[in-house]
Design a protein around this ligand. Structure first.
Ligand code: ZN
Length: 1080
């Protein structure tokens, strides 16, 4: 242990005593005055410098979540979150002037649970007085590129709910705080707005963009979060001047080595004058780039404030000595503040702001550091997270639908919610953590699967086994296993491989009846499948591709996949199938292995879509919608650049950064070995590109798209070269440099090669600088044809040539990129490079004038079905014959009676507080995507949720924690079109400047009319959902509102008439409700 470390530790012990000795009761309880009311006053004729004391606590990065919380592994990083909260609370209690913000609910509530009531009460007081303020408030500070909106909404809902349950309305964050994510999505802005946030601040944007915005005073703006939703998705967003760090030389933390403020009158080290001069210079410089006489300076950083007094003591001095100068004419005023108090000052300035409609991707921090590698980094962790979200939704629904709900259901569900919350963190799903931390995340996920797996087994047994009369093993706790096969991703499942008789229960989490092609790993091709009515289904056995069989650590006897079409699987329900091995004499497997064709074109497909393969085994053409076009597909790889990172020209490709060596690309193969299998259900081409890349291309009989199931790895590195592997689809579509990518799985955003919408970009990395995050979809089109690819996890992607789409599927690199991880992204499993497997779905057809449903709408519907397919539960059936099974058990179930209209998705159904459900409905189409599906739709909530005895519903903000009709947000006025940046004065210029609106005539009045609340009251309005709301109140409330077709809101009186439960959704709209259930 170094001398430095022991001093550091000794310091903590001293602190611990202080915390316990503090007389918490000595502080007088003041009336609740949180929110904007608690802001320290600013001075109108001065530059107000809002000092924000904060800590950035990654929910896992170089250390695991728990290592960060407890502060272990100090050799890796001196970071212990428990000490931070301890010491901040202590410092805040000593001085009511001080402020602190806290962001990550995952850490906060871990700490909270460990506290005594006395400490909890003291913290409640701090929160009520606005001295400790929650900002962001989600379970973690989520990444914005690789996350799916469903998971982001979930993790905000949960974090905000615990804050609400614990602190009431004073715990509600008003401001988003996305200071570290590596670029920012438009959908995130939209979600913040719909959750009722007043604004959001962020740290990272392209260095050119930032320069430009600062120079033109456009770093704070109104962001139009949606191309479909209008103003309700607008969010005031501000780019911080100095990321989230303290100004150079002013990190007073124990982690830093900057000089404290030494104010001993006769001290030879007295540095007050010099330090205050420097700080005020910094403030003046910063103020020149912003529009009002307020600036925000973040005083903190990664895991700062473990010894809060050290920082605060120096901030006290900084404020005192700087403000003393006001007596001598200084016009700079320093104050303890928070992001929301800063935002309030911006709002109260009453000026206008620039607007923005695109997003902040990709993020570049220098000419050779495009943060586009993490779009793909750790592809298997990214997929595991998507599986986790899928099972979380199943677990939520079944927990809500269960006839009996034992006590353990709630903690199981909570554990999975919180695990998925952690997974959204900007160093978790991004793949930018150390390998050991990635493994810790995976382990947490697998425990969460087990927890929720116990719940789903319980519920499915309740629903399936109505009476124990026919049950053979009466002593058994559960009649059926309802097991999840975690290794289906390598086509392995012990239940289906080992047992001659087993059941497959398909649980459908969508509120639509669906049909789905199902694949089951089996060791023999001959099986019989009967459905719940005893009907024997058509099956097809397809050989498992040799490269899959040969996966070194795959311990499976399965040699075939048994394919069948499961039809009419009920919404929010299940259908069970009985599967039995046949004697060889009854063989039914009907796949014909076509001879390898080397001399002629191979074609697979159906009447909707046909794929042709050339004599070298590559895809060569696609026929769909009466169009036959050249479409090829191949695997290629970039070499990761290698350098010492000493300057940006020598940047290495790494976990964050994608930097291909000289933009050179290598083909993985000149010739592909293929095997062709054709049956009545599916036709497949098995391609082998080389020893580490293979693929199955398949078209199911009824589908109008093609599936590409790729298998990549272990990526060889024996040549000493890191490789970044892509799949590329080339077509003759004349896309003219334009393509579109999704934003967090929702709205599509137009991209143009070598272009950014808001500034004239200079791109020094022509490949990496054109990569964008693809969470679910990338597409391009011309006047006649369009091509779209759906992904099954987040990947980086681009269109570097007209007609061409590429997606990076896997990367293995040998150098670190010097952004902190300190490890090369060189994932291994079982002693070899990591193998990744996944699916792309290719849509091709007419861009316009298509018969029936548009291709875009078809893509949306498929996107939903691929995100939330049926969940497969396997049970051993050795004890029951097919007849016994069919007559003794309930083998089909549905939780709803009214199927939702096609473009509507039941985004959320989960148990919330006692006798409450949290329910979300969303319209999944954008405006103009389809002539009929892109229209507003109406339906009756009560009919949809008929399985529940509903007493009332009330609409909330997107996060489910505030009543929508009581929620008010700050409104900011956009610049008039002709406004030019240089007409704005800095604080030194007279406030009479033409474009500065006088405070007496705020522009916002226009929008809110009489409804507008004085800004100071906004934060304290009781828009919080009270836990105790009783049914009487609900019925009296006019809270439920329904949008009529012309967009106007009508309030309904709630009575027994179910007409009152009719709601309408317009394209891309999400509506969230608390559903009150009658108590039994
Ligand atoms: Zn971070």
């Amino acid at each position: 242990m170094s001398a430095k470390t022991s001093v550091w530790l000794a310091f903590f012990c001293a602190l611990c005593c202080l915390i316990h000795d503090a007389d918490l009761r000595s502080i007088q309880q003041k009336a609740s005055q949180c929110g904007y009311q608690s802001c320290h006053p600013t001075k109108p004729n001065m530059l107000n410098v809002h000092l924000v004391a904060h800590t950035h606590d990654d929910v896992g990065w170089l250390k695991t979540v728990d290592q960060y919380y407890y502060g272990s592994e100090t050799r890796i990083q001196k970071a212990g979150v428990q000490y931070i909260i301890d010491s901040v609370v202590e410092a805040l209690l000593r001085d009511p002037e001080k402020r602190f913000i806290y962001v990550e609910s995952a850490f906060f509530f871990k700490w909270w649970k460990e506290q005594t009531t006395k400490v909890q009460d003291a913290v409640k007081m701090l929160v009520e007085q606005g001295r400790l303020e929650f900002i962001g408030g989600a379970w973690s500070m989520n990444d914005e590129a690789t996350t799916h909106y469903q998971s982001v909404i979930d993790q905000f809902s949960w974090g905000l709910r615990l804050l609400n349950d614990t602190f009431g309305e004073c715990g509600r964050p008003r401001v988003g705080w996305q200071i570290d994510p590596f670029g920012h999505s438009r959908e995130m802005a939209s979600m913040f707005a719909q959750m009722g946030f007043d604004g959001m601040f962020f740290g990272r944007l392209d260095y050119q963009d930032k320069d430009e915005r600062l120079m033109t005073k456009n770093a704070e703006m109104i962001w139009h979060g949606s191309a479909n939703l209008g103003e309700e998705a607008d969010l005031f967003s501000g780019a911080l001047y100095n990321n989230y760090q303290a100004p150079d030389g002013f990190c007073f933390d124990v982690l830093c080595s900057d000089a404290p403020i030494i104010d001993g009158k006769h001290s030879p080290d007295n540095n007050v004058k010099e330090r205050i001069d420097t700080f005020l210079d910094f403030a003046k410089t910063q103020s020149q780039y912003y529009r009002t006489n307020n600036i925000i300076i973040t005083m903190g950083g990664d895991f700062t404030y473990q010894a809060a007094q050290v920082y605060y003591k120096n901030l006290d001095k900084l404020i005192r000595y700087a403000n003393e100068r006001q007596a001598n004419g200084s016009n700079i005023n320093l104050l303890y503040s928070t992001p929301s108090c800063y935002l309030k000052s911006l709002h109260d300035a009453g000026i206008t702001w620039p607007t923005k409609s695109d997003d902040f991707f990709p993020y570049a921090s220098d000419p050779h550091a495009y943060w586009t590698g993490y779009f793909t980094s750790r592809p298997t962790l990214k997929r595991f997270e998507r599986d986790g979200n899928h099972f979380l939704q199943v677990c939520k629904q079944l927990s809500a639908l269960a006839p009996n709900k034992p006590e353990e259901f709630a903690p199981h569900l909570t554990f999975m919610r919180e695990t998925l919350g952690i997974m959204q963190h900007h160093d978790a799903i991004t793949g930018t953590e150390k390998e050991a931390v990635a493994l810790d995340y995976a382990k947490r996920m697998s425990v969460a699967f087990r927890a929720c797996g116990a719940t789903t087994r319980n519920v499915l047994n309740q629903l399936t086994v109505q009476s124990k009369e026919n049950v053979k093993d009466k002593a058994a706790k559960y009649v059926f296993e309802f097991k999840t096969c975690a290794l289906l991703n390598i086509t392995s499942c012990p239940v289906s491989e080992v047992n001659d008789r087993f059941a497959l229960t398909l649980y459908n989490p969508l509120a639509h009846t669906i049909s789905e092609y199902v694949r089951i790993p089996v060791s023999d091709p001959n099986y019989k499948i009967i459905d719940n009515k005893g009907v024997t289904l058509e099956t097809q056995a397809v050989p498992i591709p040799t490269p899959v069989i040969n996966i070194k650590h795959r311990n499976s006897t399965a040699k075939y996949e048994l394919v069948f079409l499961a039809t009419n699987i009920p919404p929010l329900g299940y259908r069970t199938y009985y599967i039995e091995k046949l004697d060889n004499t009854e063989a039914t497997g009907k796949t014909r292995a076509s001879p390898k064709s080397t001399t002629s074109v191979t074609v697979i497909g159906n009447s909707h879509i046909k794929l042709g393969f050339d004599t070298n085994g590559f895809l060569s053409e696609v026929t769909a919608d009466g169009l036959t076009r050249l479409v090829s597909q191949e695997f290629l790889f970039y070499e990761g650049a290698v350098g010492n990172n000493a300057e940006f020209l020598n940047r290495s490709s790494g976990a964050y950064i994608f930097r291909p060596n000289e933009n050179k690309i290598h083909f993985s193969a000149d010739q592909v070995e293929i095997e062709v299998y054709k049956g009545d259900l599916v036709q497949e081409v098995h391609q082998k590109f080389n020893d580490w890349i293979s693929q199955v291309v398949r078209v199911y009989n009824k589908d109008s798209f093609a599936e590409f199931e790729w298998l990549v790895g272990p990526i060889p590195i024996d040549d000493g070269i890191g490789k970044e592997v892509i799949t590329r689809f080339n077509s003759d579509i004349e896309s003219d440099g334009i393509f579109r990518t999704d934003s967090n799985g929702r709205e599509m955003i137009k991209r143009k090669l070598n272009h950014r919408d808001t500034w004239s970009v200079r791109i020094n990395e022509e490949v990496a600088g054109n990569y964008y995050p693809i969470t679910t979809k990338i597409d391009l089109e011309d006047d006649t044809a369009r091509m779209a690819i759906l992904t099954d996890r987040a990947q980086g992607g681009s269109s570097l040539k007209d007609g061409s789409l590429e997606l990076m599927v896997h990367r293995r690199l040998l150098r670190d990129d010097a952004f902190g991880v300190g490890e090369a992204l060189n994932e291994t499993e079982f002693g070899d490079g990591l193998i990744a497997r996944g699916k792309h779905h290719l849509f091709f057809g007419r861009s316009t004038d298509r018969e029936g449903v548009s291709l875009k709408a078809l893509e949306r519907l498929t996107q939903l079905e691929k995100l939330m397919p049926t969940w497969k539960f396997f049970s051993n059936m050795e004890a029951y014959s097919a007849d016994e099974w069919q007559t003794s058990f309930t083998n089909t179930f549905t939780g709803i009676s009214l199927v939702l209209p096609k473009p509507v998705n039941l985004l959320t159904l989960e148990p919330w507080h006692e006798n409450q459900l949290l329910v979300r409905f969303e319209h999944i189409m954008e405006n103009g995507e389809d002539a009929s599906y892109s229209k507003p739709v109406q339906f009756n909530v009560k009919n949809v949720l008929s399985a529940f005895d509903i007493e009332g519903i009330r609409e909330t903000t997107l996060d489910g924690n505030a009543w929508l009709d009581e929620t008010r947000r700050f409104q900011f006025a956009p610049d008039p079109e002709e406004a030019a940046f240089n007409t704005y004065g800095t604080f030194e210029e007279p406030a009479k400047s033409v474009h500065l609106l006088s405070p007496e005539k705020p522009m916002l009045g226009v929008k809110y009319a009489e409804e507008a609340l004085p800004a100071g009251q906004l934060g304290a309005q009781s828009n919080r959902i009270k836990r105790e709301t009783n049914s009487e109140q609900i019925n009296k409330d006019e809270g439920r509102s329904s949008k009529s077709s012309d967009g106007a809101y009508n309030s309904f009186k709630a009575d027994s008439d179910s007409q009152d439960y009719i709601i309408e959704l317009s394209p891309m709209e999400i509506r969230t409700f608390i559903v009150y259930l009658k108590t039994a």
